[in-house]
Design a protein around this ligand. Structure first.
Ligand code: SAH
Ligand code: SF4
Length: 369
């Protein structure tokens, strides 16, 4: 049902306290409410049993408890769980949980990553990407971004009913789902602050990675934020010529602008930035591109994440052969560039994001034309 009420999940301790103070509530009330929401994880106002009935009724009139509903929880045979969520305006977004098993230990000890979305669609127009095919519908609100993580918590709670699962049991949160996060900067930062805060979900900023197609002024702004988030750059081309063909953003922010901004970010943070590089056959997978990528990575002291392209229905791009992928990776490894080459089907964090919504929208006949 459409609602114009602000989401409880978009409130900070300060904004909620201020709103409650207007109503004459004591100072501790906001913390109590946020504890019910994020720590005890009740699923309705009535679950907040130490609040008076009139206060619960006022909260219900004033705030939307959770602005996203779970539509499908698709568990693949392997290690990926996709939560498809419907927002109040009917828009669909997805949140993905990826378990990457570690050598020799079972799934229980795997690395767990959550991948969240920041927009409905995307305006950046990268030619290989399913998320941007229908353009941008709208930005997500901070409350909608945080709601995705609360749904992950609920799902985990349901898996282990006797002990509430802490979000801290996840190793990483990556902002790599649908949308360009830095094009929705204010809502993103507000959401990540709630995610990080003690009174919120308490998740360490250093375990949160923001992936961007390269919005230079926003990268520089992010470098000045007090919370030290990690940064990943979707590079996908080691020259302007190649990058421009597949990423229109390169016209506004070519490599001569992007790379110094990335350098400034990593110098400020003292952490390695990740360069993501999707390998697309005959587009960016030549050894010449590998050598240039190697030089960029060495200069930035960056980690390189090579991602074999995941084919998208209706698009002509292909993943190169395994031999070609390995040859590309070897150029980087030979120069001791820290490199990962993802290969296992379904374990691919980056490619796992962005595909489910499109399929469901098509099935529902909702896909924008
Ligand atoms: N807009 C941001 C974050 C979302 S996209 C960005 O572009 O970085 C997350 C990652 O998935 C990006 O690196 C993107 O280039 C990659 N990606 C998009 N479509 C893909 C596909 N079909 N196969 C593999 N990776 C893909
Ligand atoms: Fe948007 Fe990222 Fe997809 Fe490019 S790769 S269209 S920036 S979601």
């Amino acid at each position: 049902m459409p609602t114009s009420k602000p989401a409880l999940t978009g409130e900070s301790l300060a904004t909620l306290s201020a709103r409650l103070a207007e109503r004459g509530e004591p100072a501790f009330r906001a913390k109590q409410i946020l504890d019910w929401l994020y720590k005890k994880r009740v699923t309705s106002w009535d679950g907040m049993t130490n609040l008076s009935k009139p206060l619960r009724a006022w909260l219900d009139e004033t705030f939307d408890f959770l602005p996203a509903e779970l539509v499908v929880n698709q568990q693949s045979e392997d290690v990926t769980d996709k939560l498809l969520l419907e927002l109040r305006d009917g828009s669909l977004i997805e949140t993905v949980i990826i378990r990457a098993p570690q050598e020799g230990v079972g799934l229980d000890h795997s690395r767990k990553t959550i991948c969240i979305s920041t927009q409905v669609g995307c305006a950046m127009g990268c030619v290989f990407c399913a998320s941007g095919l229908a353009g941008l519908k709208r930005n997500l609100t901070a409350g909608e971004i945080v709601a995705q993580l609360l749904h992950v918590c609920r799902r985990e709670d349901a898996r282990t009913p006797r002990a509430r699962q802490e979000l801290a049991s996840f190793d990483n949160i990556v902002v790599m789902g649908m949308g360009e996060p830095l094009a929705n900067y204010d809502a993103l930062l507000r959401a990540l602050t709630i995610l990080n805060a003690d009174w919120g979900l308490g998740f360490g900023a250093r375990r949160i990675t923001i992936s961007t197609s390269g919005l230079v002024p926003k990268i520089l702004q992010l470098a000045d934020e007090p919370l030290g988030f990690r940064l990943a750059i979707s590079l996908h081309g080691a020259t302007d010529e190649v990058r421009e063909k597949i990423m229109p953003v390169n016209r506004a922010y070519p490599l001569a602008k992007l790379l110094p901004a990335v350098k400034a970010f990593s110098e400020k943070h003292g952490r390695m930035v990740t360069l993501e590089f999707i390998l697309i056959e005959d587009v960016n997978d030549s050894l010449e591109q590998a050598r240039l990528l190697r030089d960029i990575a060495l200069d930035l002291h960056a980690h390189v994440n090579l991602i074999p392209y995941n084919t998208v229905e209706g698009l002509p791009w292909k993943r190169p052969s395994l031999t070609r992928q390995e040859r590309f990776a070897d150029v980087l490894r030979a120069a001791r560039v820290s490199t990962t080459l993802r290969r296992e089907k379904g374990h691919d964090i980056d490619a796992a994001c962005g595909q489910l919504r499109l399929k469901t929208e098509k099935a529902r006949g909702l896909a924008a034309t």
